[in-house]
Design a protein. Structure first.
Ligand code: ZN
Length: 248
């Protein structure tokens, strides 16, 4: 069992023969990005793309990101998970990406959908690559030649939901197969059965652990450390991300 609980501002990494999972940055309310790198094909998949994604990925992979990012899966539309998409698309356009880009979103995730549709229509004449977005829901999937993705529903809400009623936003976790390896990603969620099912048996689970201790409220938006560790242990190894940063 490998587990990592630190959330420093530098990389967290996990790897096996087939893939390397890197978390260049993840902090609740600021930004989260995960890169899955397929060692045999050189292709990359992003799980969320918060602020600073382009900068952080360039530091690690250089301009390979222009064409080798095959698919980006967004867990939900909160800014700290998708705020870097516009910059990344702009960088790919400027550098002349040629391969189509697949973007996976929870069905009804307006925040990402509108950036994609704006970008496509605004730069129609000068966009050298296709951007395709695919709306996923609980149990649906999307496969490219390199990444086989299945979505599972999670339970998350934010400032737009002001009551304690269960009005959840479109939010998904993902289970991705790369070769024979399985990666599970929680997205943002409070504890739910579908999360456990989505994580169970994965080679590496990447789990949000926003709260050190669960706040005294019924309105549970996130996992706490103890819950995240418990879920993580359903996988063969896990990383805990998306902690609340300690800025004075
Ligand atoms: Zn969120």
């Amino acid at each position: 069992m490998i587990f990592m609980t630190e959330n420093k501002e530098n990389d967290m990494e996990w790897e096996n023969d087939e893939l390397k999972a890197t978390v260049p940055f993840s902090a609740a309310g600021i930004s989260s990005t995960i890169v899955l790198y397929s060692k045999f094909t050189g292709k990359m998949m992003l799980l969320d793309a918060g602020d600073g994604t382009t900068r952080d990925l360039l530091d690690i992979y250089g301009n390979r990101i222009v064409n080798e990012i095959d698919v980006i899966a967004f867990s939900h539309g909160h800014f700290d998970h998708m705020g870097g998409l516009y910059t990344l698309l702009g960088y790919m356009r400027m550098m002349g990406r040629t391969l189509p880009l697949n973007i996976l979103i929870p069905k009804g995730c307006k925040e990402v959908e509108e950036i994609v549709t704006f970008f496509r229509s605004n730069y129609r004449e000068s966009l050298p690559f296709d951007i395709w977005y695919h709306e996923l829901f609980d149990g649906s999937g999307f496969d490219t030649d390199f990444f086989k993705t299945r979505a599972f529903e999670v339970k998350h809400y934010g400032l737009e939901n002001i009551t304690e009623d269960d009005i959840f936003m479109p939010a998904l976790g993902y289970r991705i197969r790369i070769g024979q390896s399985i990666v599970a990603y929680s997205g943002d969620t409070r504890h739910c059965d579908s999360l456990e099912a989505g994580v169970r048996g994965a080679d590496i689970a990447i789990i949000e652990a926003t709260h050190l201790e669960m706040p005294e409220t019924k309105r549970r938006v996130h996992l706490c450390l103890e819950e995240a560790e418990k879920v993580g242990k359903l996988a063969k190894a896990y990383m805990l991300i998306h902690r609340i940063p300690n800025y004075e």
